[in-house]
Structure formats: structure tokens, C-alpha cells
Design a protein around this ligand. Structure first.
Ligand code: ACO
Length: 428
């Protein structure tokens, strides 16, 4: 017999099915509650609401656990390549050597973007934010591949859209970078690995030989893996909800990129560095900035601190902090912002306000320091996040379609005016 919970409303008892996940998480299924009782549930920001069932990523915020398809993030970050993790996230299993080689070959054959897309870049102002350009470029891809707009297309056509997107995002991201620094675009070099090819298109110049630095390639590979999925976060939920109207993959991912841009989500990596630099310029008085972060009248928040789900530590931040020390050591970079970051972390972790609210450094606290050390401009940081998050967004979108989830359409509790008669302009 399946478990149920009882809820009493207006003197009547209603039974709600209890859903149990594979890690024993419990949920009340309220999908029929309104039809039976007239009541809806209210949960602003979906803090306690599951929007779907999902078999992609498991995370336990209290214990600091993150697993893709069952594999711990620590093991994947240490041992796998980003494309291996991409395959895992999309298909549910780690690839064999042959499967990985075939997957890589497919990606390699789609890295070029349509030449006409180059012309879009001419129209953006010099100071255009890279995330604004990237979101537009990805949405524009749907216009070059109109068949992607057919919701009833074949499984092969779906697959082709997915491969195109994974293959072309690094090319477009590198073009966005080149546009920022006003350097010529570099065409992909398909004998290089996924990460190395991105580095070549980003740092390479037509006038000189470029060999990707393996230390930087390895750090980037790790960063991409750490960002590859994070279950129902703001951008993944956006991708699912846009896709639930049967909008095409490119439009759905473009919406995810826009959601990621905000400083409370992926945009935090840019905001962290800007904050650390501001604190440095201001003389480095950490007590002052901690006091501001705690002051409810002051809009300032410690960027890179806090997480909707992680309330003890973010396992990605632990891995990234070590990677950050490693890469700065290997590259011989002495970054004063890292010193400020470390001191800030120490002060905040010992402060009652932060302890009581479970506010710890999140993945974005250290990633920006790595990006800065490897020469990525601050405004490009969130583009790097998008590059990593792509497999997760695609897998979430595909799972939503495969599960036959209905169109996403929340309810509301209306708090506006009751019905009133229109008043003519001369009588107001
Ligand atoms: N600095 C100071 N106080 C904070 C911070 C912070 N960074 N984050 C949360 N708080 C406080 C809130 O003021 C609130 O205090 P209260 O209970 O006294 O009112 C309490 O902690 C809970 O915060 P909420 O905003 O309710 O938590 P929520 O889960 O809605 O927000 C979020 C999570 C958006 C990440 C928040 O912690 C934040 O704004 N952090 C800074 C931005 C950031 O780093 N974002 C990246 C997140 S990771 C990612 O997306 C990849």
C-alpha cells in the first residue's frame, strides 16, 4: 500500500500521496489538491516545492553531497574529462572508450558556426555584456536550423540539435571573448580536445603558434565538470519551463543563459571579483564590509556566500578552493584578491550571523579567482559558467520532454482589487 498524508481543510480530511525518491527523500503529491479541496499551496521562490521528478543529479544540502547520475562530484572532477561527464549526464551511464570516441567525433564535426553569425557581432556596442550576446547567439541558432522548431521531429533530429549546441557553444563563447577584446576570431581546430580547442579559439592569434597550457586546460576541465549540473536551480528550471511549451532547444537554452546571468545565480562569479576588488580599493577593512552585509537596511550582500540548498558547505567550493591554490601556485600568480577572499572567508565563517544562517562560500566564491588568473576578463566569467552548465540544461530539457511533463504554469493567490466599474477619463 502506498503511503499517504492527511490534511484537514474546512473540516474535511484529504489524503495526499507520499512520493519517495531513490535517496529516501519524501514529498507530498499535491497535484490533485486544488481539484478536491479548492486550495492551492503557496511557496514563494519554490523554497519547498519539487517541480518534477528527476534522475540526473542528487544533492543533499545538509550533508554537502553532489552526484551526477550517482557518481560523486569529487571522483568525476578528479578523474573524468568534461565530454565524458557530458555523455554521462545526457545518457545516464559513463561511456565506454568507443562510445566516448564516437561522441567526440560527432562533436568535432559540428564546431563551426554559420559564417553569417559573424556579422551579428558587428552590430553590438563595444561594451555589450558577453552574456547578452551569448543568449542572443544561442537563440539565433534556431533561425539557422529551422527544423529544430518542430516539436514532432525524429529522435535523430533531436540528437543533432543537442550535438550542434554542445559543439558550437565553445566556438560562440570564444567569439564573444574575441569581440570583447577586439581581436580576430579564430576558427576551431578539431584535432584538439574540447577544452583545448576552446582555449585555442580564446587565446590563440592568427599571427602566432599557440599551444594550450596543460595546467590551464586541466583547471578549466575541472571547473566545467563542477558546473555541469545542479538539479532544479533557477536556470535549469527556466530551461524546463520554457521547453515545456515545446519551445525549441536553442530558445530554451538561451532562456537558461539569461537566468544564469543574474548576480544571485551564475552572475555571482563576476560579482565576487568586483566585490573583492572594491574591498581592496577601499583599504581592505573586512569588519566594515561584514557589518554592511549583516545590516538589513543596507542592500550589500557578501557575494559568493550562501546557497538555497547547501547549508553546511558547498562540495564544489571545497574542490575549487584547492584547485585555485594549485593553479595560482603553478602559474606563479600572486593575487591580492585571493588573500582578501581567504581572510573574508575566515572572518565570515566565525561570525555568528553567517553561522546561524548557514552561509558558506559557494562555487562562485573561488571560480572567479581562477578565471582571472588564466586571463579571462571579469565580464566573461558567467559565460564560462554557461559553458559548463550546458550538459545539465540539455539533460533537464530532454528529461522533461521524455517524462511527458505538462506545460509549466504555476498558480497564484490574487491580492489585487476586487471587481470595480471603469471610470471615464473626464471623471477621474
Ligand atoms: N550576505 C549576507 N546575508 C545573506 C547572504 C549573503 N550573501 N545570503 C543570504 N543572507 C541572509 C539573508 O539576508 C537572510 O537573512 P534573514 O533570515 O535574517 O532574513 C538569510 O541569510 C537567508 O537568505 P535568503 O536570501 O532567504 O536565502 P535564499 O535561499 O533565498 O538565497 C542566495 C540564496 C540567493 C544564494 C543568497 O544566499 C545570496 O544572495 N547569496 C549571494 C549571491 C550568490 O553568491 N549567489 C550564487 C549562488 S550559487 C549559484 O547560483 C551558482
Amino acid at each position: 500500500m502506498s503511503e499517504t498524508a492527511k490534511i484537514e481543510l474546512d473540516g474535511k480530511v484529504f489524503e495526499l500521496p507520499i512520493i519517495t525518491g531513490s535517496e529516501n527523500e519524501k514529498a507530498l503529491d499535491i497535484s490533485k489538491l486544488r481539484g478536491q479541496s479548492g486550495y492551492i499551496t503557496l511557496d514563494r521562490g519554490f523554497k519547498n516545492t519539487g517541480s518534477c521528478t528527476s534522475a540526473i543529479t542528487f544533492l543533499d544540502g545538509e550533508k554537502g553531497i553532489l552526484r551526477y547520475r550517482g557518481y560523486p562530484i569529487e571522483q568525476l572532477a578528479e578523474n573524468a574529462s568534461f565530454l565524458e561527464v557530458t555523455y554521462l549526464i545526457l545518457k545516464g551511464e559513463l561511456p565506454t572508450a568507443d562510445q566516448l570516441a564516437a561522441f567526440e567525433e560527432k562533436i568535432d564535426s559540428h564546431t563551426l558556426v554559420h559564417e553569417d553569425m559573424k556579422r551579428f557581432f558587428e552590430a553590438y556596442p563595444a561594451k555589450a555584456h558577453p552574456m547578452g550576446i551569448l543568449a542572443s547567439m544561442i537563440c539565433s541558432m534556431s533561425t539557422f536550423y529551422p527544423e529544430s522548431q518542430d516539436p514532432n521531429r525524429s529522435e535523430e533530429a533531436f540528437e543533432l540539435s543537442i550535438i550542434r549546441l554542445i559543439a558550437k557553444l565553445p566556438t560562440l563563447a570564444a567569439m564573444v571573448y574575441k569581440n570583447t577584446v577586439r581581436h580576430p576570431f579564430m576558427y576551431p581546430k578539431n584535432d584538439l580536445g574540447y577544452v583545448e580547442n576552446f582555449m585555442y579559439m580564446t587565446y590563440g592569434m592568427p599571427t602566432e603558434e599557440y599551444k594550450p597550457d596543460p595546467v590551464i586546460a586541466s583547471a578549466l576541465n575541472k571547473l566545467l565538470i563542477l558546473h555541469a549540473d545542479h538539479e532544479q536551480n533557477c536556470s535549469a528550471s527556466t530551461v524546463r519551463i520554457v521547453g515545456s511549451s515545446q519551445a525549441n532547444l536553442y530558445a530554451s537554452i538561451s532562456a537558461g543563459i539569461s537566468a544564469l546571468w543574474g548576480p544571485l545565480h551564475g552572475g555571482a562569479n563576476q560579482a565576487v571579483i568586483e566585490m573583492l576588488e572594491m574591498i581592496k580599493e577601499d583599504g581592505g577593512d573586512l569588519d566594515k564590509w561584514i557589518a554592511k552585509a549583516k545590516d538589513k537596511q543596507d542592500p550589500f550582500r557578501l557575494m559568493g556566500f550562501g546557497h538555497r540548498v547547501y547549508k553546511n558547505f558547498d562540495p564544489r567550493a571545497t574542490i575549487i578552493k584547492k584547485a585555485c591554490d594549485d593553479i595560482l601556485g603553478k602559474l606563479g600568480v600572486n593575487d591580492p584578491t585571493l588573500e582578501i577572499a581567504k581572510r573574508l572567508e575566515e572572518v565570515a565563517l566565525n561570525d555568528e550571523y553567517f553561522k546561524a544562517r548557514g552561509l558558506y562560500p559557494n562555487v562562485d566564491f573561488y571560480s572567479g579567482i581562477i578565471y582571472k588568473a588564466i586571463g579571462i576578463p571579469t565580464e566573461m566569467f558567467t559565460v564560462m559558467f554557461a559553458l559548463g552548465r550546458l550538459p545539465g540544461w540539455i539533460a533537464q530539457w530532454k528529461e522533461m520532454l521524455d517524462n511527458g511533463d505538462p506545460i509549466g504554469r504555476p498558480r497564484q493567490v490574487y491580492t489585487g482589487e476586487n471587481e470595480r466599474d471603469f471610470v471615464a477619463l473626464d471623471k477621474r
